[in-house]
Design a protein around this ligand. Structure first.
Ligand SMILES: [Zn+2]
Length: 193
């Protein structure tokens, strides 16, 4: 068994042993909010916004971007499960700032192995062949965190399936301090009407 698989199963056994009465939690999030944030390993949304099991929805993807699939989850979150406030939280030092669509497509076209990152950005160290299928994906990279948070809040706000009454807050999580920093332009754009 792989070391990671072994560790994961052992950790889960410990968790299940002290599961308590969490088996009785209702499906709708008790605190009626949802967070869209990045998958970055340094971010633990349950800790940085103070969640326990059953409290809130957390939707994660690379960058915490308002992709079609993130919007699908948010729509399910309010329409079927009753959330009333949403947060879009990107973060400093996000990996999505270190490449562009062209770079990603070029890397994948060369090799499917993991690339290396140095001061000149990502470059391939692995063997080919790669694949040109990366051409068909919008990688939703980020140039500037405040702009990406604002753009995502605007996209969600103006989506025809999102009710005007849900406030959408925009924040940047600082990976050096653990603090959330508001993006006023995003919060303004996300104001409930
Ligand atoms: Zn990130």
């Amino acid at each position: 068994m792989s070391k990671v698989l072994e560790e994961v199963l052992a950790a889960n056994a410990r968790y299940a042993n002290s599961f308590g009465d969490k088996g009785n939690l209702p499906m709708p999030p008790g605190r009626r909010f949802a967070v869209l944030t990045c998958m970055d390993a340094r971010l633990d949304p349950a800790k940085y916004v103070g969640l326990a099991e059953g409290d809130a929805h957390v939707i994660r993807n690379a960058g915490g971007r308002a992709s079609d699939d993130a919007i699908r989850s948010l729509v399910i979150s309010y329409k079927l499960l009753g959330t009333r406030e949403w947060f879009v939280i990107h973060h400093t030092n996000c990996g999505m700032e270190f490449f562009t669509d062209d770079v990603m497509r070029g890397l994948l076209a060369n090799s499917l192995e993991t690339a290396a990152l140095d001061t000149n950005g990502f470059h391939d160290i692995g063997k080919g062949p790669g694949s040109t299928d990366g051409e068909f994906i919008d990688w939703l990279t980020i140039k500037d965190q405040a702009s990406s948070v604002a753009a995502d809040v605007r996209r969600i706000r103006s989506h025809p399936l999102v009710p005007k009454g849900i406030p959408i807050y925009g924040y940047i999580y600082d990976v050096t301090t653990g603090k959330l920093v508001e993006v006023p332009e995003a919060t303004e754009a996300g104001r409930a009407k």
